[in-house]
Write a new protein. Structure first.
Length: 295
């Protein structure tokens, strides 16, 4: 078997969330899946592609590839999950691949600044001329059609209306994930699951991609999600971590925590000083009143 993926950048082994999902799943399982980076020519397939050496057949989409790994090689992450957890995994995975993936595509392809500064240079490095221009235009049209179909928008909808709908949905999705994670190591407990492979692939790319968007800003506010991506990145991709630039690093979070504790201490001190001054003023007033009564 061989997994065909797009090249890596931004401190990650690939810049495609679907490719990264499969790679992360295999890393979490401890399974060494042979990989090949696309050679710069267009073969008519959408990556990731898993080619079967014995038959020459191929599979696309992360879920199909993972299902094959489970059935053929018993590469299983979810054996410890209850039926309820498995149902929740299906629901949250669908939310991730629909809502967050769509928001990521919009940020990269429908925002003109990001298109010129991030997406087009990425495709120029990824594919040879003239395939790079063709694939970029094809992706742009794909994202347009995807958003219009998913959010029931007409062809005349302006970009601001489109992005508002998309980012409102992605913000809710991020908050659901943050609430689900809480202070746990992984989304479903202390052991990684298939859901974590999907979640990390999307969250890590949102945090590390240089494209500016409300999606990135919304994620930066959810510190536990940023810590979660940093932990997984350090554990499963340690050699690439030094080049990884998440929205909020652990060091930044520690600094923020220190500032919060300092502010809380200062507030408490000011409160105590205020109580002391009030008490002293009240005591003096009481003494003066008694002195006046004595006269």
């Amino acid at each position: 078997m061989e997994l065909q993926i797009v090249p890596g950048d931004w401190g990650l082994p690939t810049t495609d969330p679907q490719c990264l999902t499969v790679i992360t799943y295999c890393k979490m399982c401890g399974f060494d899946l042979p990989q090949a980076v696309v050679d710069g020519t267009w073969n008519g397939r959408r990556v990731p592609v898993l080619t079967l050496a014995d038959s020459g057949e191929y599979l696309e989409t992360p879920q199909n590839i993972i299902n094959l790994l489970i059935s053929r090689d018993s590469i299983q992450l979810d054996e410890h999950l209850s039926e309820r957890d498995k149902s929740e995994t299906t629901a949250l995975t669908s939310m991730l691949t629909d809502t967050l993936y769509t928001a990521m595509l919009c940020a990269l392809w429908l925002d003109e600044d990001n298109y010129q500064s991030v997406s087009m240079p990425l495709y120029k490095r990824m594919y040879k001329f003239p395939f790079n221009h063709y694939k970029a235009y094809e992706m742009y049209r794909y994202v347009q059609c995807l958003v219009q179909a998913r959010y029931s928008l007409d062809d005349n909808a302006d970009i601001d209306t489109i992005l508002k709908k998309v980012y409102d949905s992605s913000k809710r999705c991020l908050q659901i994930l943050a609430n689900k994670l809480g202070d746990k190591q992984y989304l479903l407990g202390d052991i990684p699951s298939q859901l974590d492979a999907f979640a990390f692939a999307h969250l890590a790319l949102i945090g590390s991609c240089p494209a500016k968007s409300k999606l990135k800003d919304d994620m930066a506010k959810l510190v536990n999600l940023n810590d979660y991506t940093v932990r997984i990145h350090k554990k499963f991709f340690p050699k690439l971590f030094r080049n990884y630039s998440p929205s909020v690093t652990e060091e930044h979070w520690l600094m923020s925590e220190t500032k919060r504790h300092q502010l809380a201490s200062l507030t408490a001190f000011i409160g105590l000083v205020g109580v002391f001054i009030w008490y002293r003023a009240g005591s003096r007033l009481h003494i003066n009143n008694r002195a006046l009564e004595g006269r």
